[in-house]
Design a protein around this ligand. Structure first.
Ligand SMILES: NC(=O)C1=CN([C@@H]2O[C@H](COP(=O)(O)OP(=O)(O)OC[C@H]3O[C@@H](n4cnc5c(N)ncnc54)[C@H](OP(=O)(O)O)[C@@H]3O)[C@@H](O)[C@H]2O)C=CC1
Ligand SMILES: O=C(O)C(=O)CO
Length: 318
């Protein structure tokens, strides 16, 4: 059987696979396989190992003659056409859980970096603009004891709430369903979406990308936030109307934004959001801790092999 891997994985992960399967893999580190090659190689593949950089749509499924399993090295699967997979009886696996803590760490780090203007501080030094200790030089927003509003209190949302609790923050959250664990263990308070936007000093978006969440943060929502509020997005770019976010930031309707994800990735280096001093931008590195990425890759391989061998996937997207 043939496995197509659209990114370059370390040899140590591949050795057990090579004994049993024919492997076709991207050759270049940190560069996805071209769409053209993906469309060609998928024709004979039985299993596909993918990640957030690929679009696995109807065109891919139409080309695949033998595909049984698609396994993504990610918890989010908005880049995969689940309907098309289902119609063809193809299983889809993903990697929830193993990346929760690393992504919660990064989200809280981004919150702190944005609230306290860390990257701007580094730029000031590099540009030789550090002239003296000024009483209001590079002043940011306090974090300890402030109010955090988490939209999407799932695994990662809960991880962020735990970190916020350590900073004595009041925790508000909004979800489609109540999360008892967050309420009982952390004292988190469920509020309507608008109330969260109006009250939070830090609004953190962690809901998946779905039809329902598309542009859930737009002009009307930024309008409701405090002028001193910080917006953090470590979920998915399409959840945010980037034009509306730009307007809100450049008119100081909100104070700052920390973004790990964008509508188009990689974001164009000349994108207007990146011209703003009150934006802290990262290249989608929420789960990028070495142990985490190894665990994600192992889990994605297990999903793939289980599916190919006719066993239940460890984590199947249903
Ligand atoms: N930046 C990065 O590198 C990473 C980004 N991610 C992103 O984070 C997302 C969350 O991951 P994870 O916490 O594991 O997933 P979960 O499924 O555990 O959590 C998602 C939460 O969002 C809630 N939700 C879904 N739809 C809505 C909605 N319309 N409004 C409000 N809340 C909603 C869900 O609750 P309910 O259904 O009850 O509403 C659930 O609590 C992923 O889907 C992915 O997009 C994940 C890892 C790394
Ligand atoms: O897992 C995900 O959904 C990511 O975005 C990358 O870790």
């Amino acid at each position: 059987m043939k496995i197509l891997i659209t990114c370059k994985l370390p040899d140590q992960l591949l050795l057990p696979l090579k004994e049993k399967y024919e492997i076709v893999m991207a050759e270049t580190e940190n560069e996805p396989m071209s769409r053209k090659r993906l469309l060609s190689e998928i024709e004979e593949a039985d299993g596909l190992f993918t990640n957030v950089a690929d679009t696995i749509d109807e065109e891919v499924f139409d080309r695949a003659k033998h595909l049984k399993v698609v396994s993504t090295m990610a918890v989010g699967y908005d880049n995969i056409d689940l309907e098309a997979a289902k119609e063809r009886g193809i299983l889809v696996g993903h990697t929830p859980g193993v990346l929760t803590e690393a992504t919660a760490d990064l989200t809280f780090a981004l919150l702190m970096a944005t609230g306290r203007r860390l990257l701007e501080g580094m730029d000031v030094i590099r540009e030789d603009q550090w002239k003296s200790w000024g009483p209001f030089f590079l002043t940011g927003q306090e974090i300890y004891g402030k109010t955090i509003g988490i939209i999407g209190m799932g695994r990662i949302g809960l991880g962020v709430a735990k970190r916020a609790k350590g900073f004595s923050m009041d925790i508000l959250y909004h979800n489609r369903s109540r999360k008892e664990e967050a309420e009982v263990e952390l004292g988190a308070r469920y509020v309507e979406f608008d109330e969260l936007l109006e009250q939070a000093d830090y609004v953190v978006l962690l809901a998946p990308s779905t039809k329902e969440t598309y542009h859930m943060m737009g002009a009307a929502q930024f309008n409701k936030m405090k002028e001193s509020a910080v917006f953090i997005n470590t979920s998915r770019g399409p959840n945010v109307d980037e034009d509306a976010l730009y307007e809100a930031l450049q008119s100081n309707q909100i104070w700052a934004a920390g973004l790990d994800v964008f509508q188009t990735e990689p974001i164009d280096a000349k994108h207007k959001l990146l011209t703003l001093k009150n934006v802290t931008a990262l290249p989608h590195i929420g789960s990028a801790a070495i142990e985490t990425r190894m665990n994600m890759a192992r889990l994605a391989i297990n999903n793939l092999v289980n599916g190919l061998e006719g066993n239940a996937l460890v984590h199947q997207v249903k």
